[in-house]
Ligand binder design. Structure first.
Ligand code: FAD
Length: 383
């Protein structure tokens, strides 16, 4: 019996001997790593440097906190729980840090909303709780809370350095006999019947048995060459990175969100492992698109209102990217109905989801299985 299923897998593997993965961001690199571990001959083609798309810009908060409805929360939550094993398998320091997220409200309406969300997440089994305001002073004495009406704290959230993750995955791909091409852009896909059989770049042409499109916000351009037409929702994002803070930003948490019901800009903060602080939010995040340095400096002034320890920091860098944002906001994962040897991994929240998408994509590609958890996210919903 075992021999039988082994044979089918063997035939599938043989049929998928050479897989070209387009895109070396955190998602594509994770898929490539998991495929290489399963014995697939992988070639990764990355137009820039690994992780230098949305992954490098990302706030990189690993969470299920802001994910709804339940099926999407569950997907993120399960991926969150896979992160430790993923990093063990990478055998590299990728800056993975745990400690939880804290936020609070300043109005009665805001408090009612926060309490309702805490109750919902608790009913989904998420490790979140309301925290008495007095407890914040003990846990995070450096946070200037002001007159808070309610506080929430999640224990299970973390963050990571997505560029280090992408590089670690690709180093393992090479160790496992795969090929990584950087600075090379895919410009065409050649079809024979139902299948894509060659990937054309601005320099080369690669014969392949299957293709993974993991090109972030550019995925729609490539997927359209294989017959799937979706449009990336325009969603520019930015993060501001400061000079090094020679002290811990927080005592115990790893991410903080300023009150969503307060006047002014909404900010998220975290500390990178080298001491620099990353600020996400304000007019850099979304449609207002203010590109000035003054704007980034204004964000730092706002940050210092909540975290006085940051008041002497300077803006070192402003990172910008378009988010990969499918039209309905949910991931697009799976084979294309228009070209079944092409597999797409296109998603927001790709930092949280990288272990799950990498492992499940490799499982589906090499075994022919259809993982039930991925049912709501199939590309077929756009055809
Ligand atoms: C401001 C901001 C904040 C975010 N915050 C969070 C967060 O807190 N938590 C979270 O989980 N997610 C967050 N995200 C989303 C997350 O960062 C992305 O979902 C994730 O990085 C996507 O990874 P990716 O590998 O799919 O795409 P990318 O990192 O964009 O990688 C795609 C790669 O494909 C390459 N490529 C494109 N076209 C071609 C081509 N033709 N040929 C070859 N290569 C090509 C690009 O060069 C790029 O390197 C945030 C994103 C932004 C922008």
């Amino acid at each position: 019996m075992d021999g039988g299923s082994g044979n089918i897998q063997g035939i599938l593997l043989k049929a998928l001997q050479t897989t070209v993965v387009i895109g070396g961001g955190i998602v594509g690199a994770s898929v490539a790593f998991h495929l290489a571990r399963r014995g697939v001959q992988v070639t990764v083609i990355e137009a820039d440097e690994p992780g230098h798309g949305a992954s490098r810009v990302s706030y990189a908060w690993i969470n299920g906190r802001d994910k709804s409805p339940y099926h999407y929360h569950e997907l993120n939550r399960r991926s969150q729980d896979m992160w430790r094993r993923f990093v063990d398998e990478l055998r590299a320091d990728v800056g993975l840090v745990w400690g939880g997220e804290m936020r609070w409200t300043v109005t009665a309406e805001g408090a009612a909303e926060l309490k309702a969300r805490v109750a919902e997440l608790q009913s989904w089994g998420y490790s979140i709780r309301e925290m008495p305001v007095e407890e914040v002073g003990e846990m995070e004495p450096g946070v200037a809370l002001g007159d808070a009406t309610s506080v929430s704290y999640t224990e299970s959230d973390g963050h990571v350095d997505p560029v280090r993750v992408a590089n670690a995955c690709l180093a393992r791909v090479v160790e496992l006999g795969g090929i990584v091409k950087t600075g090379e852009q895919v410009v065409g896909l050649a079809r024979s019947g139902d299948a894509i059989t060659r990937v054309r770049t601005d320099r080369n042409e690669y014969a392949c048995d299957s293709v993974v499109i993991a090109a972030g916000a550019k995925t729609p351009d490539l997927a359209s060459m294989a017959g799937l037409h979706v449009q990336n929702t325009h969603s520019p994002g930015a993060t501001v990175v400061t000079s090094v803070l020679q002290a811990p930003l927080f005592n115990s948490i790893i991410a903080m969100h300023t009150p969503r019901d307060a006047a002014g800009v909404l900010l998220n903060m975290r500390q990178l492992t080298d001491g620099r602080v990353m600020v996400h939010g304000g007019t850099h995040d979304g449609s207002l698109g203010d590109n000035s340095l003054e704007d980034a400096e204004m964000l730092l002034d706002e940050t210092a209102r909540y975290l006085p320890v940051t008041e002497n920091l300077n803006v070192e860098e402003v990172r910008r990217a378009l988010r990969p944002m499918p039209p309905d906001g949910f991931p697009v994962i799976g084979r294309l109905p228009t070209a079944p040897n092409v597999y797409v991994t296109y998603t927001h929240s790709g930092v949280t989801l990288a272990p799950m998408i990498g492992e499940m994509a490799a499982l589906e590609i090499t075994s022919g299985a259809e993982v039930e958890l991925l049912t709501p996210y199939r590309p077929g919903r756009f055809t």
